[in-house]
Write a protein that binds this ligand. Structure first.
Ligand code: ADP
Ligand code: MG
Length: 262
């Protein structure tokens, strides 16, 4: 069974791409077959796994707009053990043109259906907006992983995102669930971060991953080397945290523990 996970939050800089790359690599390290799909025109996930976004021939844009078979745009990265559907600035065109297509919300879902059987996990790195591309991701997904920084405005944006998830679940994709809320860039010495974290677990008791991603400079450095942190610095707290997150996710999905309702 394939699990499609949308890593989404309309705020920028909360750790979506960092989570997508490092969760993908950590799942692959546990022998899962993983596809990472870059849906952001910034192409940060693409660059972060060592692929030059300016020289890729076929991208997610071609799959979404031109009916390019997804297999032609997907490349296997042998050193990392994951597959990538890359993106670059051309995604801006996809965002705009999908608005005019009748089935524009389903473009990604139909494309992924062609390759889903080849993967255990498909991780969708969403752009920082509740845009057409994010809707495509939510329509395709089984679960949403929401990275959040525990800061003052974190909960405000969460409401809009949870509303969107619930609407898409009701209208289009009944299997969609919030897989979990992930606390990222966490600094336990910061009182506000601890307060917001406590509020999160109080409001969403079964939706907050137990794994916390600490603020760790190795996580910020790794993308400039085109590597997941577990390959850049396997002993770092960041590498250990993302491995723990993969373990927690696998126990949840395979171990018959609670499935969380959106
Ligand atoms: P998003 O995709 O949500 O915009 P990113 O994953 O690109 O967010 O993260 C934003 C910035 O914060 C990047 O420079 C990234 O390297 C850095 N970053 C992300 N997570 C961490 C972390 N746990 N510790 C330190 N820096 C981080
Ligand atoms: Mg990003």
């Amino acid at each position: 069974m394939t699990h499609v996970i949308a890593v989404a939050n309309q705020k920028g800089g909360v750790g979506k791409t960092t989570t997508s790359i490092n969760l993908a690599a950590s799942l692959a390290a546990t022998k899962r077959r993983v596809l990472l799909v870059d849906l952001d025109a910034q192409g940060n996930a693409t660059m972060g796994v060592g692929v030059d976004k300016t020289s890729v021939q076929l991208t997610a844009r071609d799959v979404l707009l031109e009916q390019t078979p997804p297999a032609s745009a997907i490349q296997y990265l042998p050193e990392l053990g994951i597959s990538l559907m890359p993106a670059n600035g051309d995604m801006t065109e996809a965002e705009i043109k999908l608005r005019d297509v009748a089935a524009g919300d389903f473009a990604l879902k139909s494309a992924l259906a062609e390759v889903a059987g080849q993967f255990d996990y498909i991780i969708l790195d969403c752009p920082p907006a509740l845009s057409k591309l994010t809707v495509n991701a939510l329509v395709s997904a089984d679960g949403v992983l929401i990275p959040m920084q525990c800061e003052y405005y974190a909960l405000e944006g969460l409401t809009a995102l949870v509303d969107t998830v619930q609407k898409i679940k009701r209208v289009i994709n009944p299997k969609l669930e919030i897989d979990g809320l992930l606390r990222t860039m966490f600094d336990p010495r910061n009182n506000l971060a601890n307060d917001v974290s406590a509020q999160l677990t109080e409001h969403f008791p079964d939706k907050v991953y137990r794994t916390i991603i600490p603020r760790n400079v190795r996580l910020a450095e790794a993308p400039s080397h085109g590597l997941p942190v577990m390959m850049y610095d396997p002993q770092s707290t960041g590498a250990k945290a993302y491995l723990a997150l993969a373990g927690e996710m696998l126990r949840r999905h395979d171990g018959g523990q609670m499935r969380l309702n959106a």
